[in-house]
Design a protein around this ligand. Structure first.
Ligand code: BTN
Length: 275
């Protein structure tokens, strides 16, 4: 038995998971903006692998690194990213010369938006939101995380890593994660074709990258519409300061605005400690 569930049921579910996570690499490559695609059964971290590749300076971009399993998945602030079978973990190495350095921070909101919009097609009634600056929430729990890294501060290249709890269950997760994270399978009870999901997500991302350059006010409206923290009492660590107050949303640069006792604070980067 597994957590009170029938062995046969668990076996069947694992079989389906195994089947579902077979990726259609050709379709992913042909139906998206990718110039190259690398698939690994197992890698330490798809972000780390692309950072190593970027250092060689000969990789065609955009390139996708897709892994069935990560042994050292990484999150923001040096955190570990936990994932189990059925989760979707991938990174993209992008050249984005049109993205001015001052808008780099806001780009994780744009990526979060692309992920939300992809999810929305599968779960139209789900309560989806972006928790500034890099989390996607579903029904008030974390469903996906985004880790953006720059291989070289002097070049306009970016590694965008995305982890989505898609066809996995949180049942096997460490207790602290189980309390605050969820998966699409847990919430909606359906297996999602991971290749179709990935293709949609990359297509949405391509559109949102264009908006990032050409349709910034429409993009801002969408960041705001999906902002999870607006109206909530938040506590944000930024550098050595901790700012407390009501979140007023995000501004045009993607910075978080908080009405604190000393006035409105504009926070360019930070960690939300409580909300
Ligand atoms: C966070 O929530 O702090 C960000 C999590 C990002 C996880 C993804 S999974 C794919 C890519 N590879 C990694 O090592 N991390 C990102």
């Amino acid at each position: 038995m597994n957590g009170g569930r029938n062995d046969l049921l668990v076996l069947l579910e694992n079989y389906l998971l195994g089947w579902k996570m077979q990726f259609d690499l050709l379709a992913i490559r042909n139906e998206t903006f990718l110039q190259d695609l690398i698939f690994e059964d197992e890698v330490d971290s798809t972000n780390s692998a692309l950072l190593r590749l970027a250092a060689e300076k000969s990789q065609k971009t955009p390139v996708l690194m897709l892994a069935e399993r990560q042994t050292r998945g990484r999150g923001r602030g040096g955190n570990h990213w936990w994932s189990n079978d059925g989760a979707l973990t991938f990174s993209i190495l992008l050249d984005f010369p049109m993205l001015p350095p001052e808008l780099l921070g806001s780009f994780s909101l744009t990526v979060g938006l692309a992920v939300c919009q992809t999810l929305e097609q599968r779960a139209p009634s789900a309560d989806l939101a972006i928790k500034w600056p890099n989390d996607v929430y579903l029904n008030h729990k974390k469903l996906a995380g985004i880790l953006m890294e720059r291989p070289d501060a002097n070049e306009p290249t970016l590694v965008v890593g995305i982890g989505v709890n898609l066809n996995n269950r949180m049942q096997g997760a460490p207790e602290d994660i189980r309390g605050r994270a969820t998966s699409l399978l847990d919430e909606c009870g359906e297996f999602i074709d991971p290749s179709a999901f990935l293709i949609d997500c990359l297509q949405q991302l391509e559109r949102r990258c264009r908006d990032q350059v050409h349709h910034r006010s429409a993009l801002l409206d969408q960041w705001r519409a999906y902002c999870y923290l607006t109206g909530k009492q938040v506590e944000v660590q930024t550098g050595s300061r901790t700012i407390r107050g009501e979140c007023l949303g995000v501004d045009a640069t993607g910075a978080l605005q908080v009405a604190s006792e000393s006035g409105t604070e504009t926070i360019l980067s930070g960690v939300v400690l409580s909300f």
